[in-house]
Each structure stands twice: as structure tokens, then as C-alpha cells.
Design a protein around this ligand. Structure first.
Ligand SMILES: [Zn+2]
Length: 494
């Protein structure tokens, strides 16, 4: 069996290896002189930023620095701006589109391919585009590789990197803005192209938000010196503060704990350790990712559209269908008050409100969990939402039960690619801690057996997306060699 793609990789690429600097410059539409000027400015800026963080910068580390800024390619203007900003020594996530309106794309965003991708790559990139279109009002229009385009557009290239500019980069209209998605590398999970398209739409990385220190600890010494700039906090002026949405561990723009780290140490440690595996997902846009993009691009889509629909739990009117709400994960049914309809064979039902009324434990579990070993397994696409509710003033306590716990795992990453998520915070729009992989035993909560809700409500979500596997000549999500038992979770009044 061959996997659809070879392995997960970081979202960055440096001009080394078999790609010459000239090849690379050409692919990014950069002139040598401009590249060198930008590089010198970026280096200067990075040294200033690192010193502002109290770090010493050796000559060697300085030489190793590359042109990437915050993990993305800066324009010459951005490189200059970076130096200006950090001269004054001060220190969210969407680019400030109000300050730079030209960074916003007109609709539809025209794009084409450079022709170097495989059919599988194109399928995955097309799926990522559909995903953006179904979650937001942003629209794309594909044109043929040899078509002449007079407007500014995106060109998907298949060089040796996963990289993109942030926002629409103002160049001549004929200049295609490149999103580089290395064949088979950057198309393994839907979330990779979704992430890079996100940069082009205007997203920075989540873990560099100006308020990130309240949510994560960044251990700079665990990061390879040449990558440290990808972990530096963004200056507030680079971000649209009005569009504040909460810090989101589950953002597709968040790095995983071990991304670009030395020896797989945790370069990013969540302040609440329960969130370790929520960070770094590359499955798709989170509720808040889509919300932020919709605020920036689709804000007035539903204004004045009747009937007015009220949305609960942080939901908002869906710009693709103003009669409905876009709901936080797990919720749905037009107003976000009830759990979203689910598929699959979770028990006792895949999607329901469960009233928690007593201190006698009851349980829920994945398809076939209770069958004898060798027979039980959940399937690709199983997705379940259980909304646990107790009387006002009461709290709910849960624990993992049964003898085993196992979900499919990508062992290269600490993030969950299939998971049970427990939203136990008061704000049910926020993503919850995720549990996944095969710990051999049943998971604990920071060393404890139980987890208690902050309010009288709790949302439990199960998500089972398998990557696509290639078996002989066909593609499938079924993974015959993987036997995943799933989980059993029991609840009662605290
Ligand atoms: Zn990125």
C-alpha cells in the first residue's frame, strides 16, 4: 500500500537542496537585486526582534537567516516596514486590510496551475478551494494554464516548498501571485493547501498573534536558530484588531508543538496542557478561521436579507445562505442551539442532546466499540456530536472508560488528525482539548481521571477523517490495516 503522499512536513522551505536560488527566485517572481535588498532588511529586522526578546544573536545565526518573515515571504515594502517598526522597540491574525485595502482580493480570485502538479495534487487543491468557498463567501475562478489573464491572479506552482505571501501582493496586474505547493508533500492533507490559501487571503500564523503569550509559551531555544523568526510575535499594527476573534488553538493557521523544533521538543507549549493536540491541525478551517475571513470579505452579505435569523453560541449568519447560521463546531440546525446532524454509528446516538440528571454514570461510544476485539472499528467519515446538558448551576464530569482507546494517528505530528474533542469551557464556541492516537491505555486529563465542565453544558465531538490512501490503482479512505477501536466516555453529574 502506498500513501497518497509521503510524509508530513513543515510549512516552510528554504532555498537549499536541489533547487537553485535562481530557480527559486524565478518561481516567486523575484528579481535578484530586490531579493538581496529584502534579505538584508529582513535580517536586520530579525536581529532587532530577537534582541528585543532578550536573545543574543551570533554572527553564525545571522548568516543562516533567510528571507522569510513570520513564516511567509515578505515584499520589499514589508521588509522595510519591519525595520521601521522594530527600531521603535515595541512589540491576531488577519492582516490589517483596513490599513492596506489593496491587500484584499476582488472576487472572484482568478487562479491557474503551472502544470507541474499531479492529478492527485490538483484534486486536493481543488478540494481546498471548494472548502474555502463552502465556508466563506470568497470565490475562486480557475482559468487554463495557457490562458492570458489581465487581472492579478494566483498561480499554483509545484516547487519544493509549501509557501505563500500574506494577502494580495500589489504588483503589476499581469504578475501572478504564487502559492507554492510541492507535489505530494503539501497536498497530503486538505489543511495544507487550505493553510497556504489562507496566507494569500490575508492570514498570518495564529501562534504569532500579539496576544499569544496569554495562551502559549514559546520556547525559542527549542527552535532551530534559522527558524526562530517564525515564532516572533506580530506587531499590533500588522493585524486588524477590530476583527478580534479569540485565540484559537484549533486554527488551521496554528503550528503544532513540534513544528520546526529541534529533536521534536515542544517549541510551542499551550498554557493549558490539555490543548497540546488541538494545535497544528491540518484537517480544515476552524469555525473562527472561517468567521474571520467572512468578517473581512463578506461582512455585509446578509445585511437587510429577510427574514432575520438570530444565531446563538457565537454563530453568525452564513454569507452563503443568510437564512442559516454558521455555527461553532458541534452545533448546527439553523440557529446553533442544537447539536449538528452527524453521520456514523456512534452510540447511543450520533447526534443528540443528552440530559445529565444523576450521579449514576452513563456512557457514549464510537461505532462497534463494545464489540469483541477484532470486530469493532469505526469508519471513515464517522462524525458525532453529543451535547450534554445539566440543570442550571450543576456541572458535568466525564472520564474515558473501557479498556482501550485508539484512533488513527499521524505519528509525525503531535496534533490529532482524528479525535474526540471535549468542549468543557463555558464558551462553547471555543475549541476543546482533543484526544487521539493510541496511548495503549485510556487518556487522562492532566494526570487526572476526570474532567469537569465549567458550566452546566459540555459538547463532545468525534471526528474520523482518514487521509486518502492509494491501493494499487484506486484511492480510498478505508484503511484495512488500521484497526481503530475508538473510545468510550462516561458522564454524570459532578
Ligand atoms: Zn504558514
Amino acid at each position: 500500500m502506498i500513501r497518497f503522499s509521503f510524509r508530513r512536513q513543515g510549512s516552510l522551505w528554504r532555498p537549499t537542496g536541489d533547487d537553485t536560488r535562481e530557480d527559486w527566485l524565478g518561481r516567486h517572481g523575484l528579481k535578484k537585486g530586490i531579493y538581496e535588498e529584502s534579505l538584508a532588511l529582513v535580517k536586520r529586522c530579525k536581529v532587532m526582534m530577537l534582541r528585543n526578546e532578550g536573545l543574543t544573536v551570533t554572527r553564525e545565526a545571522e548568516e543562516q537567516m533567510d528571507i522569510f518573515l513570520y513564516g511567509t515571504l515578505p515584499t520589499l515594502g514589508e521588509a522595510k516596514e519591519c525595520v521601521e517598526l522594530h527600531k521603535r522597540r515595541h512589540k491576531r491574525k488577519l492582516i490589517n486590510l483596513k490599513a492596506w485595502p489593496t491587500r484584499k482580493w476582488p472576487m472572484p480570485i482568478i487562479y491557474k496551475y503551472d502544470g507541474a502538479h499531479t492529478t492527485e495534487d490538483v484534486l486536493m487543491i481543488e478540494a481546498a478551494i471548494k472548502h474555502w468557498e463552502s465556508e466563506t463567501c470568497i470565490r475562486f475562478k480557475r482559468v487554463a494554464t495557457n490562458a492570458t489573464v489581465t487581472e492579478q491572479h494566483i498561480l499554483f506552482t509545484a516547487g519544493s516548498t509549501c509557501s505563500s505571501f500574506v494577502g494580495r501582493v500589489k504588483k503589476s496586474n499581469a504578475f501572478p501571485q504564487q502559492i507554492n505547493l510541492m507535489s505530494e508533500y503539501c497536498t497530503q492533507w486538505l489543511g495544507f493547501p487550505v493553510h497556504e490559501i489562507g496566507h494569500a487571503i490575508g492570514f498570518w500564523h495564529e501562534h504569532v498573534r500579539p496576544d499569544r503569550d496569554d495562551y502559549v509559551t514559546v520556547n525559542m531555544s527549542y527552535v532551530y536558530p534559522r527558524f526562530r523568526n517564525n515564532f516572533l510575535k506580530l506587531n499590533k499594527t500588522l493585524v486588524d484588531i477590530d476583527m478580534s476573534v479569540p485565540y484559537d488553538y484549533g486554527s488551521v493557521m496554528h503550528y503544532a508543538a513540534t513544528e520546526l523544533s529541534i529533536g521534536r521538543l515542544h517549541a510551542i507549549e499551550p498554557k493549558n496542557p490539555l490543548y497540546l493536540k488541538t494545535m497544528g491541525q491540518r484537517v480544515g478551517l476552524s469555525f473562527f478561521d472561517a468567521k474571520l475571513a467572512n468578517l473581512a470579505y463578506c461582512k455585509d452579505k446578509c445585511a437587510g436579507v429577510k427574514p432575520h435569523v438570530r444565531c446563538y453560541r457565537g454563530g453568525y449568519r452564513d454569507p452563503n445562505n443568510c437564512r442559516k447560521c454558521k455555527c461553532p463546531e458541534g452545533f448546527g440546525r439553523s440557529q446553533c442551539r442544537r447539536p449538528a446532524r452527524a453521520n456514523g454509528g456512534c452510540r447511543p446516538t450520533s447526534s443528540s442532546i443528552i440530559y445529565v440528571r444523576s450521579r449514576t454514570e452513563k456512557c457514549l461510544w464510537t461505532r462497534n466499540y463494545n464489540q469483541a476485539d477484532g470486530k469493532g472499528a469505526y469508519r471513515h467519515g464517522d462524525k458525532c456530536n453529543w451535547f450534554l446538558k445539566a440543570r442550571a448551576g450543576k456541572k458535568i464530569v466525564v472520564r474515558f472508560a473501557g479498556r482501550r482507546f485508539s484512533t488513527y494517528c499521524d505519528y509525525d505530528s503531535p496534533s490529532c488528525f482524528q479525535w474526540v474533542e471535549i468542549k468543557y469551557k463555558k464558551d462553547l464556541a471555543l475549541r476543546g482539548p482533543r484526544f487521539c492516537c493510541n496511548p495503549g491505555d485510556i487518556p487522562k486529563f492532566n494526570g487526572k481521571n476526570t474532567l469537569t465542565s465549567e458550566s452546566n453544558k459540555m459538547m463532545v465531538i468525534f471526528n474520523a477523517e482518514y487521509p486518502i490512501f492509494k491501493i494499487n490503482n484506486y484511492y480510498t479512505h478505508d484503511v484495512p490495516v488500521h484497526y481503530m477501536k475508538g473510545f468510550k466516555l462516561c458522564y454524570k453529574l459532578a
